[in-house]
Design a protein around this ligand. Structure first.
Ligand code: NAD
Length: 316
């Protein structure tokens, strides 16, 4: 569907003939379906809608998503049509956790605002009340979703002596809780007690708008929300309203509800740090994601069981 980084193309070329998706065509199901005709696999990315129309392509055996999230793909439809779906877990944990922490620090200490301020020639000397931010060291961090990336963020928080609360239907094993100094909590308690809330759940029907007006109402006034998961997990219009009403102090966002569109209310706010979905964007990570996705595809088209199969029912 889109170019990938080395060594991905070479791995693919050994196994299949690659037909690039015409880059001037819209990324909708009808166009993707038309382009996929005659293909054994689709190497997709998170902005590509892969639903039943596409999955019904005769002869389609595998969709390899170059991402750990796969909310752009209808998994039950794929399973029903015996199409293998693969993703790229693990290789992006550190880069994504680093970036969640980058957004946390940048928002807390108003780095982007300070940079603009300095460049605009507004720095006329030290002032005791200039660009005051929030403390990070020793603060309480609430992690929603303590999977691979959530745990990575908890690990980083240890270096900042943070008190870590987490909310996840799947509890950590006791030794992992001990190692990460993380305490399981209800969502309500996490929201009420955290100075920073970082979201790391997959986008599913259950997690859509997991954070909306009732949750923003319960947050501490000094709270900062960090979202590097998927945009629709946060009700963006409700977030804008809550920020405008100062229910929380700020937000650091890498993902948006209607990407690539960003709510104009967010654009207008200096207490919000905005990034264009780059949490996994390091040279090494994006290259490893490309290689992993290419290996998944190569294995599938050769008749094997790809290492990162999301719907194992298709290939026992
Ligand atoms: P993971 O599967 O290892 O962890 C997800 C965790 O969320 C699991 O522990 C799961 O039990 C928990 N969870 C599921 N439903 C929940 C709910 N309703 N409430 C609370 N917890 C719930 O996934 P991961 O590899 O850590 O990635 C998490 C998500 O981050 C991905 O699905 C992806 O959408 C997103 N992501 C974004 C970027 C980016 O570039 N911004 C990069 C990597 C991943």
């Amino acid at each position: 569907m889109h170019p990938i980084l080395d060594p991905g193309p070479a791995i693919l070329a050994e196994a299949v003939e690659v037909v690039p998706y015409p880059q001037d065509r819209p990324l909708d199901e009808a166009n993707i379906s038309q382009a996929a005709a005659g293909c054994i696999g689709i190497l997709s990315q998170l902005m590509d809608p892969i639903r039943d129309t596409v999955l019904a392509t005769p002869g389609l055996r595998c969709v390899s998503n170059v991402a750990v999230g796969f909310d752009n793909i209808d998994i039950p439809a794929a399973t029903a049509r015996k199409v293998m779906i693969t993703n790229t877990p693990g290789v992006l944990d550190d880069a994504t956790s680093d970036f969640a922490f980058t957004l946390l620090m940048a928002t807390a200490r108003r780095v982007v605002e300070a940079d603009s301020f300095t460049r605009a020639g507004k720095f006329h000397g030290w002032a005791i009340d200039m660009l005051l931010g929030q403390d990070i060291f020793g603060a309480t961090l609430g992690i929603i979703g303590i999977g691979r990336i959530g745990r990575g963020v908890a690990h980083r928080a240890k270096g900042f002596n943070m008190r870590v609360l987490y909310y996840d239907p799947q509890p950590l094993p006791p030794e992992a809780e001990f190692q990460l100094s993380a305490t399981r909590s209800s969502l309500d308690r996490l929201i009420a007690e955290s100075d920073f809330i970082s979201v790391h759940v997959p986008l599913t029907p259950e997690t859509k708008h997991l954070l909306s007006t009732p949750q923003f109402e319960q947050m501490k006034r000094n709270a900062i929300l960090i979202n590097t998961s998927r945009g629709p997990v946060v009700d963006e219009a409700a977030l804008v309203q809550a920020l405008q009403a100062r229910k929380l102090t700020g937000a650091g966002l890498d993902v948006y509800e209607r990407e690539p569109a960003v709510h104009p209310g967010l654009i207008a706010m200096p207490n919000v740090v905005l990034a264009p979905h780059i949490a996994s964007a390091t040279v090494r990570t994006r290259s490893e994601m490309s290689a992993m996705a290419a290996r998944n595809m190569a294995t599938a088209v050769r008749g094997g069981r790809p290492p990162n199969l999301v719907n194992p029912e298709v290939k026992r």
